[in-house]
Design a protein. Structure first.
Length: 94
């Protein structure tokens, strides 16, 4: 799941990724700050972090890598310059 906010006339896209066992909502303030700086922002929900504990039991690191790669592809369609911001696990998979 992704929360993508597009900003008019933006030159940058920001990918925001939460940490292990965190809900992406903890990154909302950071994502909103980037939006206020005129950046497209995608606040990514890593597989297994969507409040469904059963899906978390099935997840692998490769799922998270794929999540990030898919998010980057989305952002590439908006801007050439992409900045990735991650917390804990989110920084690792970026």
């Amino acid at each position: 799941m992704q929360n993508l906010v597009k900003v008019e006339n933006s030159n940058y896209s920001i990918l925001v990724v939460h940490g292990l066992n965190n809900h992406p909502m903890i990154m909302n303030d950071l994502a909103e700050m980037f939006q206020g700086l005129n950046c497209n922002t995608l606040n990514l929900t890593l597989t297994g972090h969507d409040d469904d504990f059963k899906s978390f039991q099935q997840v692998t690191f490769n799922n998270w890598i794929s999540d990030v790669e898919n998010a980057i592809d989305i952002l590439k369609s908006l801007n050439k310059l992409i900045v990735m911001v991650g917390f804990s696990l989110g920084a690792l998979v970026e």
